[in-house]
Design a protein around this ligand. Sequence first.
Ligand code: ZN
Ligand code: MN
Length: 466
Amino acid sequence: MIKENFEPIIGLEIHVELKTKSKMFCGCNADWFGKVPNTLCCPVCLALPGTLPFPNRIAVEWCVMLGLALNCDIPVFSKFDRKNYFYPDLPKGYQISQYDKPFAINGSLETNTNQPINKLTNQQIRKKIRIRRVHMEEDTGKLLHATIDGAKCTLIDFNRSGMPLVEIVTEPDIRSSEEARIFLKKLHQIIRYIGISDADMEKGSMRLEPNISVRKFSRNKNQSPNKLKLPNYKVEVKNINSFNFAKKAIDFELDRHISILEKGEVPAQETRGWDEKKGITYTQRTKEEAHDYRYFPEPDIPPIRWTKPQISKLKAQICELPDKKIKRFIKDYKISEYDATILTDELETADYYENSIKYQVSSKKYKGITPKIIANWIINKKTDITKVTPEKLVNLISQKQQIVQMDDKELEAIIQKVLKANPKAVADFKSGKQQALMFLVGQVMREAKGKAEAEETKRFLSKMLN
Ligand code: ZN
Ligand code: MN
């Protein structure tokens, strides 16, 4: 629990590996996961002298599309830069990245929060998290620490080096670990919707780096939270590979900072690692400043200039995103926000749902099946959408629900017959005995031999009796 007078200040950096066919600056196969080490490399991604990078057009376009999906501005002018540092997994001695002219800036993403539901409007409180930038860079190789013939050593696999990597940086607008988790899940969902990455946390194709600090909380409502001064320190936790670990690491850090602040001290500005077994963070190194990286423009790649039609074309390629889809589902299919949220969680499920409705409408055989009933089946009966086709599902619903297969005239005829045969029950009903209605419904259903549906029969009967 966060003590009353302290306020968490959290920003996020997220790295996402794109699922392009080839790598970022060479023609190597990008499907590196699980392959024999150092088999998907060439002179370019191994950084042999004399090689030149050649940017992957699709990767650049996908980076811009993600920026657009996150409501960013796309500056007309953009360029690549070299970020210099020495580490064995970086063969060039620098990473090609973007410094002062990223592909996308000044965006935002609106998310639900864990704030209590607003009772008046019955709506969950939403919050806008500002996106500072979305830029393009390349991934590094992978280090593997092993013991060979009793000697400890580090092995390097360069299959991953030069993979297209997008970095998303938020403003420090997040105020709790749960808000961070909700934001990350939504970002993950959007990335998968637009189809630029599987964002598979276990394969490391989405890696999370929260930066965390704590300030004394001010309850002055007139002051915009964004105008308040940020703390004079920041701790970054590196390379977290699950939403829950991100939440735990943030909570661990918040507690640690508060206990230091309560002693009148300031936590050290540093980069920390996350130990998932112990559930703690640990010091890795003191935080670098930008000047430590000696950024300078990449001389081997010309700057990029976008035209307006190019940007519009990319915008048009973005599919309907979850927020919009939820609203449309509620309006068109008369389902609850809760159901619409579950059905749109994954694009595959949303498409499956709509294909089922399309089939139901076009086949004309399944009149009683509403979009609401189909939604219930997918959500509550946990239909395996990879095994049951939409056609099969609609069929199954019709069988199980014994939807009225007979037309209205047929039902009407049976009711007439039952009413004639049971004058006493009819008289009882007319004198106010509700039980008589249920008796008549039973009689009609028996006569219809399972082809009538109870609610429908009851509705018809009451109409004819009145
Ligand atoms: Zn290569
Ligand atoms: Mn980066």
